[in-house]
Write a protein that binds this ligand. Structure first.
Ligand SMILES: [Fe+2]
Length: 269
């Protein structure tokens, strides 16, 4: 079985037409003979666009597309009437979402997924709790602070989401597990420090609340997004994969097809 992995498509942050993006991804799905596609969040910065894209893609590609929402997928506009927890509920009930819903592939393998949330522990220790909670540094503001309102502290939210993942892992612990999150759960994907900005902004990159889960459960692959890296490594029998397409300005070429080909990773089980 061939499982494709990709993340951070940010379809509203490039001048590539959405239909073209669907068609190019479908082309790559067929070329790679994929049976299943996993998208680790940040399809777009609005739930309506994200859900329309995911539906169109699975209709066109004719394979199962599983996803977790990224932080951007939770963003709301001023005129929206939904709250962030309501958007979460909406994603939870969307076809293909693995939020609080492990996906059993076969007798041997299962997928567990969640957005996860950042808990500030990747930031340099010199920043106070208050400074981190404000999300402002060097004149820049972490945009989730303006576009998302969980009505909870980020640290609390990270713990709640990690607990949900633990409950799902418990349900499928007799199988090999592919874990998919949006935020980073391994420090190797944080921006190397010291760094003028990311000594601070690493606070919003990842979480330490998953650390114990890798020791306790048979996680074989851990997929994540958020940092716009394309990199994988292996540690203690876990293969970590970050396969982010990222913003157009971050691409190495002007050729979207080549970028998708370069980004998409394949797991064979
Ligand atoms: Fe992203």
């Amino acid at each position: 079985m061939r499982i494709g992995v990709i993340s951070d498509l940010h379809i509203d942050r490039s001048d590539i037409d959405k239909n073209e993006m669907e068609q190019l991804l479908t082309h790559e799905i067929k070329a790679q003979e994929l049976d299943l596609l996993l998208i680790a969040g940040d399809v777009s910065s609005h739930y309506k666009m994200t859900s329309a894209f995911l539906k169109a893609l699975s209709d066109l590609a004719q394979i199962k597309v599983l996803f977790v929402p990224g932080n951007h997928d939770y963003w709301l506009k001023e005129e929206d009437t939904l709250t962030t927890p309501e958007v979460y509920e909406l994603y939870k009930n969307m076809p293909g979402s693995v939020l609080e819903a492990p996906y059993i592939i076969n007798d041997d393998w299962a997928i567990v997924g969640h957005s996860g949330w950042y808990d500030y522990t990747y930031a340099d220790a010199r920043f106070s709790e208050e400074k981190l909670t404000r999300g402002k540094f060097y004149g820049g503001t972490w945009q989730d602070k303006l576009n998302i309102d969980w009505q909870l502290h980020d640290r609390e939210l990270s713990k709640i989401f990690a607990e949900k993942v633990k409950g799902d892992l418990e349900k499928v612990k007799d199988k090999n597990i592919i874990l998919m999150t949006h935020v980073v759960t391994h420090r190797r994907y944080a921006v190397p420090m010291p760094h003028r900005l990311f000594d601070y902004f690493n606070a919003f990159i990842g979480t330490s609340d998953f650390d114990g889960l890798y020791e306790k459960y048979p996680i074989r692959y851990s997929i994540m997004g958020h940092v716009h890296f394309r990199h994988q490594f292996r540690q203690n029998d876990v293969t970590y994969i970050c396969a982010c397409l990222g913003y157009q300005r971050e691409w190495q070429t002007d050729d979207i097809h080549a970028e998708i080909r370069d980004t998409l990773q394949v797991i064979e089980i």
